[in-house]
Write a protein that binds this ligand. Structure first.
Ligand code: PMP
Length: 433
């Protein structure tokens, strides 16, 4: 918890300072220094100012301005993706960049079919399998084209053109997947949260499922709207399977992979830099692509070639491997989930305790642990909020252009100190306005 200290200073006014009306609280205060009182004595030409400084507590030494990461010139990056990476992973990559483990080459320069990269991709896959306890009858593919390419791959590989696939749409990404699905199969909109501005997930009885659907698609965590499924819907037909876009909550918590036919995730939020999309697919679903499916979009070709049909994004896969090692070293996804729950709670509690100064539109039971969208009651202050936060080393807090407001993405690699600092800043900003 942050503590505060109050102090007072008196300034002698001179003619250059202008009229008192131009001396505003925000001009005199930094965001972490909150103006309590100002007294103007016009006869003595003095201005007396009392400020409260919010000081990070000693119990959480990495909070606030003494954070060692920030002292090294790093900021707290709240971007939705590409997003912040674990500092030890970046440092490890930096240390072995020039001469990767004695090979005399960087990992960017080695052949993707050589022993060096083979060991990298195999280790990345086995660590991911361990993290998510991926059953043996699932393939792990490292693909390119982003999660957006998967929007087309799904119907092309899992449906015939005349087959139905159900889509539950809880935000913009699910909507994009649905629209792409419509191009390659009979995509059925089983439920849409558009009318309620994508602030909730449906109750089971609201969903219009088709018993003949090949699959039921969900976006497990909507990155823009901050809506996250906490339980997964059950597909209707006996053979219908669940497909999930987990781009923005991949490896943020344990997942029972056996509940899904296919899980896909772009790396650039929780597990690495942009450039690779991970697909985890039950192996009986491979090999049924529509006739016209381009080879590069056919899961079969990538499964048969162990993701090496063509040149893969080697450096990105290497970085994901380092992140997986780091997640295992932290105790695996149960431990990661605990940390994520703690960080999200601090932020949502601060929003909810602000008497409406900050607002999160998402229904409480499905608020995302990863992407926290919020607005200011006084929306005209939003650009000041973002600017002042940036001046304190907290970047990329602007909400997505389609929804406005603010969004704090607090993926696995966002330290607790970053969230604590944001919350301290929010309290001071509120006190100042
Ligand atoms: N799905 C979700 C949930 C996303 O957040 C994003 C990217 N922000 C995408 C899909 C699209 O990913 P890409 O840009 O890698 O195609």
């Amino acid at each position: 918890m942050a503590t505060s200290a109050t102090f007072q200073q008196t300034f002698l006014l001179n003619n250059n300072l202008g009229s008192l009306s131009s001396i505003t609280g925000t001009k005199l205060c930094t965001p972490s220094l909150c103006l309590r009182e100002k007294t103007h004595d016009s006869s003595r030409k003095t201005l007396s100012v009392t400020c409260t400084a919010v000081v990070p507590s000693s119990a959480t030494p990495r909070t606030g301005f003494s954070d060692p990461v920030q002292e090294e010139g790093r900021v707290f990056n709240f971007a939705a993706g590409p997003a912040t990476l674990p500092e030890n992973v970046i440092k490890k990559a930096q240390a072995e960049l020039y001469n990767w483990r004695g090979s005399g080459m960087s990992i960017m320069e080695v052949s993707h079919r050589g022993k060096e990269f083979t060991s990298v991709i195999q280790k990345a896959e086995s660590d991911l399998r361990e993290l998510l306890s991926i059953p043996a009858n699932y393939e792990v593919l490292f693909l390119q084209g982003g999660a957006s390419t998967q929007f087309s791959c799904l119907p092309l590989n899992l449906c015939g053109v005349e087959d139905t696939a159900d889509y539950i749409v809880t935000g913009s990404w699910g909507d994009k997947a649905f629209k792409e699905g419509q191009r390659f199969c009979k995509a059925n909109l089983a439920w849409s949260g558009k009318a309620t501005k994508y602030t909730r997930v449906p109750a089971e009885e609201e969903i219009q499922l088709n018993p003949n659907a090949k699959y039921l698609h969900i976006c497990a965590n909507e990155t823009i709207h901050g809506v996250e499924f906490k339980d997964y819907p059950t597909p209707k037909g006996d053979t219908t399977f669940l497909v999930a876009d987990m781009s923005s909550n991949f490896c943020s918590k344990p997942v029972d992979v056996s509940k899904f036919g296919l899980i896909y995730a772009g790396a650039q939020k929780n597990v690495g830099p942009a450039g690779v999309t991970i697909v985890i697919i039950r192996n009986d679903l491979i090999g049924h692509a529509q006739q016209s499916t381009p080879l590069m979009l056919d899961y079969k070709i990538h499964a048969e070639n162990k993701s090496l049909y063509n040149t893969p994004p080697c450096f990105t896969i290497y970085m994901c491997g380092l992140v997986f090692e780091d997640l295992l070293a932290q105790g695996g996804l149960n431990e990661i989930e605990k940390k994520n729950v703690q960080k999200a709670k601090i932020l949502y509690d601060a929003i909810d305790a602000s008497n409406g100064f900050y607002r999160c539109p998402v229904e409480k039971s499905v608020r995302s642990l990863m992407n926290v969208p919020f607005t200011l009651e006084k929306s005209e202050l939003e650009s000041d909020f973002i600017k002042q936060a940036a001046s304190e080393g907290m970047l990329q807090l602007k909400g997505h252009r389609s929804v406005g407001g603010m969004r704090a993405s607090i993926y696995n690699a966002m330290p607790l100190a970053g969230v604590e600092k944001l919350v301290s800043f929010m309290k001071v900003f509120q006190a100042n306005h």
